[in-house]
Design a protein around this ligand. Structure first.
Ligand SMILES: Cc1ncc(COP(=O)(O)O)c(C=O)c1O
Length: 482
């Protein structure tokens, strides 16, 4: 790879980009522990860098503790501790439950807004992982160009230019999407809300991954629906066999919808294999159960091979795909979408009665941005940052958490699911951690049945700093001392 291939961004010196790339190779095991890195001369020749830049990159890796310098010999990948095992497939109860996770969620979100607390709680990366200045420029241009915008209603279903860009991106993946069925929403949360209310009524049973995103559980709670937790594996995601068994079971006839995040689910980071994704679509079709796909993390695969959404295999228009730019590009823009398939008219009506539109300024800014090549470059950098940080946080867990801990090994996204030794109570731990100004997401938040009390989710979206390293060490000690 030459320096020209390196996706250096204006806000990051080139040597750090080179260090990030080497770091990723190490995190992925392509450069193994004990292996020698290219010398300064090799690195500068291979990538057409100056010797100063190459040396700075190697020194940055040394400061991160990833490599060590051996006198007269060069830089070597440091030995890593043995990898912790992954969590096993979950075993939730077989009956659907009314949901009550709101009070824990409210505390977590309040702590997440406190700048003095180290934020391993909400799944939010650093603002400077996003192209903030460029997007602001597009927003300012949009405000100038459409100077009457604030005096007018926006189109209810979204700006046609943005709907076109979203449909185009799916088309590039081979997923046929008609622009007409794209409804712009206020984030993925509104998309999930519209999708759920379109296909299910209060009292309905909704099949979900276990553990699953607490925002979804809160939505189910607020709609008076019940959640049926389906066994889910930390690597392979929702068990299609277990869903099939639930559909054939006593509550099967009441299951109206299945909500699933096939790519890099929150909190497990799991990725459903392609065959399982296809089988899931067929199963839901057979049982006439609506399939709501949450695709919010789809762009954040570490390997740069974006998984194909399940919507691709949908023949009957029954998949409702919910997405958003909140994780991949612009959390503050609150721009998401719902690909409504055959439910388009019902979804449009609900969008009107829910929020009657989405503010125009960032729709313009994002659709202008998406017309450039910048998004691909930004995503390449974001994926690297996610992969590096997840690897580094996982290393810290291995180093500092007690024996018996298990940790997920996501291939995308930026959260880790940590299973602590049985008997650990993460709700009690939460109080002690907050007292030390450390935030994390306790396990029961991710279950309708109060499970996962011995688990927690770590947001790995905070830049790696000595404070972050110290906070993870302190958290490990808190777990150990019970
Ligand atoms: C799986 C999942 N779906 C949906 C959302 C909500 O997304 P948004 O911020 O776009 O509303 C989140 C946010 O954390 C999430 O993790």
């Amino acid at each position: 790879m030459s320096a020209d291939d390196t996706t250096a961004l204006p806000d990051q010196p080139l040597y750090l980009t080179v260090a990030d790339e080497l770091d990723l190779l190490i995190a992925q095991g392509q450069l193994a522990a004990g292996e020698r890195l290219p010398s300064v001369r090799e690195l500068s020749q291979r990538r057409r860098l100056s010797a100063t830049t190459a040396l700075a990159a190697l020194r940055a890796l040394e400061r991160r503790g990833v490599v060590e310098a051996r006198p007269q010999s060069g830089y070597y990948v440091r030995q890593r501790p043995r990898r912790l095992p992954e969590p096993a497939t979950s075993r939730p109860p077989a009956a659907a439950k009314p949901v009550t996770v709101s009070s824990i969620a409210a505390r977590l979100l309040a702590a997440s807004n406190d700048p003095d607390i180290i934020g391993f709680g909400a799944a939010i990366p650093e603002a400077d992982w996003y192209p903030v200045a460029t997007l602001q420029r597009h927003a300012a241009q949009a405000a100038r160009r459409h100077s009457q915008m604030i005096g007018e209603y926006s189109p209810f279903f979204g700006l046609p230019a943005l709907r076109h860009q979203i449909a185009r991106r799916y088309a590039e993946l081979g997923v046929a999407v008609d622009e007409d069925e794209v409804v712009i929403t206020n984030g993925c949360m509104e998309a999930l809300n519209l999708a759920l209310r379109t296909v299910a009524a209060p009292g309905a049973v909704i099949a979900v991954e276990s553990p699953t995103y607490y925002g979804l559980l809160q939505l189910i709670e607020s709609q008076g629906m019940k959640a049926l937790e389906i066994p889910t594996h930390a690597r392979d995601g929702l068990s299609v066999d277990a869903l099939a068994a639930a559909l054939a079971g006593p509550e099967g006839a009441q299951i109206r919808a299945c909500v699933v995040t096939p790519a890099f689910a929150n909190p497990l980071g799991s990725l459903m294999p392609e065959r399982a994704r296809q089988a899931l679509v067929r199963l839901c079709e057979r049982h006439r159960v609506a399939l709501i796909e949450d695709d919010i993390y789809g762009e954040l695969d570490f390997a740069g091979q974006r998984p194909i959404p399940v919507r691709h295999w949908d023949r009957s228009g029954s998949v409702l795909l919910c997405g958003s730019f909140s994780k991949s590009l612009a959390p503050g823009a609150r721009i998401g979408w719902l690909l409504a398939g055959r439910h388009r008219d019902a979804v449009r009506m609900r969008k009107f009665t829910t929020s009657a539109g989405t503010a125009l300024i960032y729709q313009h800014a994002l659709s202008d941005y998406l017309r450039t090549q910048a998004y691909a470059r930004h995503l390449a950098r974001l994926r690297r940052l996610c992969a590096n940080n997840v690897a580094r946080y996982a290393d810290a867990v291995e180093q500092h958490f007690p024996a018996g801990t298990r940790v997920s090994r996501p291939a995308g996204g930026f959260v880790l699911w940590v299973e602590l030794p049985r008997g650990t109570d993460t709700l009690a731990l939460y109080e002690r951690a907050l007292f030390r100004r450390i935030n994390f997401a306790p396990g029961p938040l991710f279950s309708a049945s109060g499970r996962y009390r011995h688990c927690l989710r770590l947001n790995c979206g905070r830049q790696w700093t000595p404070e972050v390293a110290a906070a993870l060490q302190a958290l490990g000690r808190l777990v150990e001392t019970g």
